[in-house]
Write a protein of this length. Structure first.
Length: 201
């Protein structure tokens, strides 16, 4: 919805503002009532544009405002690198625009996974790969940390509460995606989020 508002209503209002501004400059010699009407319309259009932009910002995560997904993912990794992790980021395939719910889901999965690596994995490296396929998009997060048993959902001080993985699966399910977790003690962890994009809006 945020993208649709930005690409339709906000763009139309921005065009109206420009047209009214131009008309206002051309109306210098117009009768006072006509100038007031144009000025009033211009102020109303500006106010509506400001309101629409605020709604777009509220609907889209702050990390994605004026920033594509790949840049947002790099920002997440940059924060982790400041904490001493060696990070890498790769985009595979031809990037295509993604529906906002898909973009948000991938961003949140990356945030949760990288946060888990930083807090619990005792890892030295983490790599993120964003892959575009004709009918799907996937996000892989791989670390060289302590790993865990994915079948053991018992909370522990080292592996966290397990809520993070459940939240990722739930968020992905909302957009028709799935989460695959491969890990074992002392062998690192690989998390893969896969979302079909055909027919997703």
């Amino acid at each position: 919805m945020a993208r649709e508002l930005h690409d339709t209503v906000a763009q139309s209002l921005a065009s109206i503002v420009l047209l009214l501004r131009s008309a206002s400059r051309s109306y210098i010699d117009a009768p006072e009532p006509a100038r007031r009407q144009v000025d009033t319309a211009l102020e109303a259009a500006r106010s509506a544009l400001d309101d629409t932009r605020r709604m777009v910002r509220a609907l889209a995560p702050a990390e994605l405002v004026d920033r594509p997904l790949d840049k947002a993912l790099q920002r997440i990794l940059h924060t982790s690198s400041q904490l001493g992790l060696h990070t890498s980021f790769v985009v595979d395939g031809e990037p295509t625009p993604l529906p906002t719910p898909v973009t948000v889901a991938l961003l949140r999965v990356a945030q949760g996974a990288v946060a888990n690596v930083t807090a619990h994995a005792a890892a030295t490296r983490v790599g993120v790969t964003l892959t575009f396929q004709p009918d799907a998009v996937s996000l892989d997060i791989v670390d060289d940390g302590s790993g865990f048993d994915p079948d053991d959902i018992t909370p522990s001080a080292t592996a966290g509460t397990g809520f993070g993985l459940r939240a990722m699966r739930s968020r992905l399910a909302e957009v028709g995606g799935t989460l695959v977790v491969e890990s074992s003690p002392d062998n690192g962890t690989a998390i893969s989020a896969i979302i079909p994009i055909e027919g997703v809006t």
